[in-house]
Structure formats: C-alpha cells, structure tokens
Design a protein around this ligand. Structure first.
Ligand SMILES: [Zn+2]
Ligand SMILES: [Zn+2]
Length: 197
C-alpha cells in the first residue's frame, strides 16, 4: 500500500516536470511556423571586378524542398532553386518565393552598374539672360516609375502589384512578371549655357 502511494506521487511529480519542460518547447514550435525570407530588399552593384554579384536568400522556418524561387525579370537577376540571386544587368526585379502551404514571400532586387564612367556636364558660370543665344535641345528626365505586369496592367507601386499578383498566384499562376516603366518628362536645355526651360 505504501509503495503504491509513493509510486503515484513520483508519477505526478514526473508528469508535472514533463509539463513544465514541454510548455516552452510547444511555444517555440508555434513561433517557428511562420516562414520568413532572410531579406525583403537587396541592392547589388555590378563593378569591373565583380561583374556578377550574387546574394544568397533563405526562407527561415521552412524546409528547402517546400519553397520555389522565381524571378520577375531574368534579364536583371536570376535565382537558383536554392535561392541564390545573381545580378545580370542594371534594373529592378522581384524575387518571389512560393512556400508550400503558406504565403508567398518576396525580395525586391535593385541592380546597379557602376562600370560606365559618369559623364560630368561642363558647368560654366551662368551668364545673365540675353548674353547667350540659346540653343534649346529637347531632353527627357525621369519623374517617376510605374510597374507593368506581364498581363499589361499598370500599377503605381509595388504593393498594388503584389496584391494583384497574389490574387493571380492563388488562382494557380506560377509567377508574375513585371517590368519597371520610367515616366519621363520633356524639357529643354540650352546646349551652350545649360539653362533649362
Ligand atoms: Zn543658353
Ligand atoms: Zn497582371
């Protein structure tokens, strides 16, 4: 009789111990479940020495076999099946990672190219109006960007395109392509004194 009581007390203690030990573990497991991309934004610069800069992206809290990487613009940046992003040329691309049974994650990639020397404009001292016989040359400047989806729709910003793309991907589309359109404005610059109008 004594023995049985002792035994059950020990069992209760062991069970209580097991519970306290198990609780933080379950809390951690719950926290682990949200897949997270290692970077949501990345800038790579192509230089003379480094013509193909690369970056390794990872999705935390998910097995590598359950993710699928795609790029919106192969000409700008490619992505391997393991998430290695390689810059190809100047521009923008969005790397999309489809996580099995979970949400789609993205990383915005900006590729810069500093191989071309920046041509410096001659900057003569501005002369007072009237002294220069202006020679107006039509020029263009970039005033903004828009995103053009591969389906032809235009979007003001990435968030709006993401929403549209998410909806398409929920309906089974593998990947959404996008190109960045530059909105330009025409202006005139004098080729002699560089005054603009
Ligand atoms: Zn002028
Ligand atoms: Zn579209």
């Amino acid at each position: 009789m004594k023995n049985i009581i002792k035994k059950s007390i020990t069992t209760i203690i062991i069970m209580a111990l097991a519970l306290t030990l198990a609780m933080p573990v379950t809390a951690q497991a719950a926290k682990k479940k949200t897949p997270k991309i290692s970077k949501t934004k990345v800038t790579m610069t192509i230089t003379k020495k480094k013509t193909k800069p690369a970056v390794q992206l990872k999705v935390k809290n998910v097995s590598a076999k359950n993710v699928k990487w795609t790029t919106s613009n192969k000409k700008v940046a490619t992505v391997s099946k393991n998430g290695k992003v390689v810059a190809k040329k100047k521009g923008n691309a969005v790397i999309t990672v489809k996580v099995k049974g979970s949400k789609t994650l993205r990383c915005k990639v900006t590729v810069k190219d500093n191989r071309k020397p920046v041509t410096k404009k001659p900057n003569p001292a501005p002369k007072p109006d009237g002294e220069c016989e202006h020679n107006w040359v039509q020029k263009e400047k970039v005033v903004g960007t828009k995103l053009e989806c591969s389906c032809g729709l235009l979007f003001d910003n990435e968030e709006k395109w993401y929403e549209h793309c998410d909806a398409l991907m929920e309906n089974g589309l593998e990947n959404c392509g996008v190109s960045i359109l530059e909105i330009t404005k025409t202006y005139y610059e004098c080729s002699k004194c560089h005054k603009t109008k």
